[in-house]
Design a protein around this ligand. Structure first.
Ligand code: ADP
Ligand code: MG
Length: 265
């Protein structure tokens, strides 16, 4: 019996190697030990085995995406503290992370003051999309416009626009922090126009739509841009305190609330 069980394990390992499932292969011995000891049911063991493989696959996809997507960092939904930002509807954010909006080529716009988690959530959507095997790309509005300007100067604008239209998800971060030149605004409009109804764009802004005309230096074009963006769009309006300031506030808490060995400021 024992020899048979040993043979079966060897065969299992061979099959996982043959199927190119290194994540499952690495986890299989531990999972079988748990199942043998009665700590896991057969269904739980199979679930854990497949889960180990899926996690490895997603991790590899994310690593590949990190090389080409220009994402500045990895942020995940799991790292987001919803209790700190009660104006955000948790179900809406969780449902967006299921990525149906990408299939429907809908846009997402995060609005709110600095530090409330706009970039965090835009990146966590991009990370989820990359883990699902989709192409993603990240840029700040200023960075994207600069790259379009460079391409235009080099006579390469249409190719650059095609490249930026290709990803299933494009993040346009930080609309509103820096003023945009008129040429820049036209190029941004062309980019959004090219992606409209073809692929999803996730945007963040510290300015309400009524101020986008000022940011882009052209009320009429801003209105046309907003019209396209809002055509199929999820708006997440975040009203709350800055998470960055929260860390700062902890430092300036009254001395009575400070830990004993802490520095009283
Ligand atoms: N609710 C939150 N839970 C956990 N971390 C948060 C939360 N909100 C913001 N952060 C973190 O605080 C920092 C600032 O958030 P960020 O998304 O850059 O803000 P914004 O883009 O709105 O200015 C980031 O490091 C981010 O990960
Ligand atoms: Mg930001």
């Amino acid at each position: 019996m024992r020899a048979e069980a040993g043979n079966r394990r060897d065969r299992l390992r061979e099959m996982l190697a043959d199927l190119k499932m290194p994540g499952a292969l690495e986890a299989v011995d531990g999972i079988l030990a748990q199942a043998d000891s009665g700590a896991a049911t057969a269904a739980e063991a199979i679930e854990q085995l497949l889960d180990a493989q899926i996690r490895l696959r997603n991790n590899r996809r994310l690593q590949t995406a990190m090389r080409s997507s220009r994402l500045p960092t990895v942020k995940t939904l799991g790292q987001f503290d919803f209790a700190f930002q009660p104006s955000i509807k948790r179900e809406q954010i969780e449902s967006l992370h299921e990525l149906g909006f990408l299939e429907r080529r809908e846009n997402v716009i995060f609005l709110g003051p600095p530090g409330v988690g706009k970039t965090h959530l835009a990146i966590s959507l991009a990370v989820a999309a990359a883990e699902s095997g989709r192409r993603v790309y990240y840029g700040t509005l200023a960075g994207l416009i600069e790259s379009l300007m460079d391409a235009k100067a080099a006579g390469d604008l249409s190719r650059r626009l095609r490249v930026l239209t290709h990803p299933a998800l494009l993040v346009v971060d930080e609309i509103g922090y820096l003023p945009v030149s008129q040429d820049g605004a036209v190029l941004f409009f062309q980019l959004i126009n090219a992606r409209h109804e073809r692929a999803s764009t996730v945007l963040t802004s510290n300015k309400g739509f009524e101020d986008w005309g000022g940011v882009l230096g052209d009320e009429v074009m801003a209105a046309a841009l907003i019209d396209r963006l809002l055509h199929h769009c999820h708006i997440v309006n975040i009203r709350g305190n800055s998470y960055r300031m929260r860390e700062h506030r902890n430092l300036v808490r009254p001395a009575s609330e400070q830990p004993r060995q802490g520095v009283a400021l």
